[in-house]
Design a protein around this ligand. Structure first.
Ligand code: IMP
Length: 214
């Protein structure tokens, strides 16, 4: 399948109705919250991003989020022949030896926030870390480049806030007195795990020599 046929798979574009394929980076994700966070960060770097949500990349299960993101990015490039990035995140709870970590998606889908809080109810150590891994690749690259970000915080005793997604209502980063779900996107993006990884990626991408850039 060529690049042209993939235009039909694009969910939304930050800048133009029709993206310039030479200067646009494609974010393979079905998560509009992640995409909005990325748009805000990339906006500050002048990078154009497009959400690509229907290409059926299988999220392979590995023991690290870096490997999950890397394998997904390589698969997405194979399928699209476009420069793409994929992000994988996880919540690592200290008292549970880092669980659910790379299994966060499965745990959220199967038991959800209330059950996690129940699991934690007798544990005094409520420290947790959110980690994000962004893997970028493009057709001429044999590998993906991975950028990581993390933020330390605490698991709350009750859900708080109605914004965001996933574990946002039960996680309060150490840099704030609000849960992620009580923050605006801009507040969360100040120091979130994803924003830190996105900034590292954007800094690299903005300086990257691009043979195909007009
Ligand atoms: P994913 O596999 O990267 O989509 O994320 C794994 C799990 O963590 C999913 O259930 C997400 O909802 C959750 N998650 C990922 N990033 C965040 C975040 O920034 N805030 C809250 N939950 C998140």
């Amino acid at each position: 399948m060529n690049s042209r046929s993939y235009i039909g798979a694009i969910g939304r574009c930050t800048m133009n109705a029709f993206p310039d394929l030479k200067t646009t980076v494609f974010f393979v994700t079905g998560n509009i919250h992640k995409f909005n966070e990325a748009c805000q960060v990339f906006g500050t770097f002048g990078i154009s991003t497009v959400m690509m949500k229907r290409i059926n990349v299988v999220e392979a299960q590995f023991d690290t989020i870096e490997e999950i993101a890397e394998r997904s990015a390589l698969e997405a490039v194979q399928k699209t022949h476009l420069p793409v990035f994929v992000e994988d995140a996880g919540l690592f709870i200290k008292a549970l030896n880092g669980f659910p970590g790379p299994y966060s998606s499965y745990v959220f889908r199967t038991i959800g926030n209330k059950a996690i809080l129940k699991l934690m109810c007798r544990l005094r150590n409520r420290n947790a870390t959110f980690r994000s891994a962004i893997a970028y690749s493009e057709p001429r690259m044999k590998k993906a480049i991975v950028f990581v970000g993390k933020v330390d915080g605490k698991l709350l005793k009750k859900e708080r806030g109605a914004r965001g997604f996933g574990f946002d209502p039960i996680f309060q980063p150490n840099f704030a007195s609000k849960s992620f779900a009580e923050m605006t996107l801009e507040e969360k993006n100040q120091q979130s795990h994803r924003a830190l990884a996105l900034c590292k990626f954007a800094e690299w991408y903005a300086l990257k020599p691009r043979a195909h850039k007009s």
